[in-house]
Design a protein around this ligand. Structure first.
Ligand SMILES: [Zn+2]
Ligand SMILES: [Zn+2]
Length: 419
């Protein structure tokens, strides 16, 4: 006999007792996003490698060392998507979604792939839900997107959330800030970790984000972008804060939020959950007005993505349950088995969740099984009941049972399901 084949490292199965939580979060978010006029899109999981190389930037961790890139049978370089924004903007440009008029408000959900070191709560295939507002550069859009995210956490019952915001400037003000930053970092190079030293020239902004304690200490008085914003960026940032204040969204300014991706400009934000610690943003996003130009278009946009795995970890699940079956239809005799199946079938068509026996087990075994599944109502049918047109309803919650006409079972169920 050959060995058992296992899932590959960093790729895990989501069993039913966890999957329903993913669905719960996604369903609630879907409904929430729709209230703001966002519509769901489905985007491919595989894209041309060039989309991410150009869109995300070759000097980023993602493109440098975290992408699942391979040649297909035609020799074309393809990549499993490491994030959703580049695809969303590509879809907007390719599909001519500008013709919708106004801001294209879209969201998506699904697996993303990054070759990272697997650790608790972090997988190489992970699930993200992302939202994008493409087509306008106004700070009001930023304000509403951040407020929408904050309200979603309230609805999910996640309370110890902090929203951090920053401005990353624009092509007008960033270059001079960048050279000041590089100068500061070069003087400090000896004290920085090896990773940071490598980044000084290539991606100095990322150094602000370093989690190594000595780096954090050394960078306590590093020059930050928000002190170097041009007039327009400064006005934009002020206006975003004005909206957040007006909408009563609690937030803090964190000048060290830089995000891992090159394409962000102006507003950047993260939602941090106290329970996970500072390394773990539950959601993060920002404005990416330059991204479209990298992939052959020109349109401003802003969005965020939230990690379903992490949200699942910080949510309080008490009082929320995976829906149980409502009925177990058991057959007392072999002859009644098909009748049991047709009763189950009818109850399901009326909207109920119903289990029945498919393994020709004894009545006793069926009752044990219903009990194990925590099903409250068992409907029992045998030869006598078939002859009389009745069923026996056994209620496990108070251990009573009564015989009722089959029609009554259906009419009562219909009345309950209509409510
Ligand atoms: Zn600027
Ligand atoms: Zn460092």
């Amino acid at each position: 006999m050959s060995g058992l084949i296992k899932a590959i490292r960093g790729f895990s199965d989501v069993p039913p007792e966890e999957a329903w939580k993913y669905n719960y979060i996604e369903e609630l978010a879907r409904e929430h996003f729709q209230k703001y006029g966002y519509r769901e899109v489905r985007l491919p999981v595989v894209e041309a490698t060039e989309l991410f190389a150009r869109g995300i930037g070759t000097a980023t961790d993602i493109v440098e060392k975290e992408m699942y890139t391979f040649l297909d049978r035609n020799g074309q370089s393809l990549t499993l998507r490491p994030e959703g924004t580049a695809s969303a903007v590509r879809a907007y440009l390719e599909g001519g979604w500008k013709s919708w008029g106004g801001i294209a408000k879209i969201f998506y959900t699904g697996p993303m792939f990054r070759y990272e070191r697997p650790q608790k709560g972090r997988y190489r295939q992970f699930y993200q839900m992302g939202l994008e507002a493409i087509g306008a550069g106004h700070p009001e859009v930023d304000g509403e997107v951040v407020a929408l995210l904050h309200r979603l956490f309230l609805r999910l019952g996640v309370e110890d959330i902090t929203i951090l915001i920053n401005s990353l400037g624009c092509p007008v003000c960033r270059p001079s800030y960048r050279s000041e930053l590089v100068g500061f970092l070069q003087d400090l190079a000896e004290e920085l970790c090896s990773n940071c030293r490598k980044r000084i020239e290539k991606n100095p902004l990322r150094i602000l984000d370093c989690k190594v304690p000595t780096c954090r200490e050394n960078l306590s008085d590093v020059p930050v972008m928000i002190d170097h914003l041009c007039g327009e960026c400064s006005h934009h940032f002020e206006r975003v804060r004005y909206c957040l204040d007006g909408l009563d969204v609690p937030y803090a300014i964190d000048p060290k939020i830089v995000r891992g991706l090159d394409y962000y400009n102006r507003t950047a934000f993260e939602a941090i959950c106290g329970r996970l610690g500072s390394q773990n943003a539950v959601a993060a996003g920002g404005r990416y007005d330059g991204l479209a130009r990298e992939i052959g278009g020109d349109v401003p946009g802003i969005g965020f993505a939230m990690g379903i795995e992490r949200l699942r970890l910080v949510m309080e699940w008490k009082g929320l349950h995976i829906p149980l079956p409502e009925f177990y239809v058991a057959s007392a005799t072999e002859n009644a088995r098909l009748t049991a199946m047709t009763i189950a079938d009818k109850l399901r068509s009326m909207g109920s969740r119903v289990e029945t026996d498919l393994e020709t087990r004894s009545l006793k075994a069926q009752l044990r099984s219903a009990n194990r599944m925590n099903i409250r109502t068992v409907v029992i049918v045998g030869d006598d009941e078939i002859a009389k047109g009745t069923v026996i309803c056994k209620d496990f919650s108070n251990n009573t049972q009564q015989e009722i006409p089959l029609d009554e079972l259906f009419s009562k169920t219909a009345a309950v399901n209509r409510r």
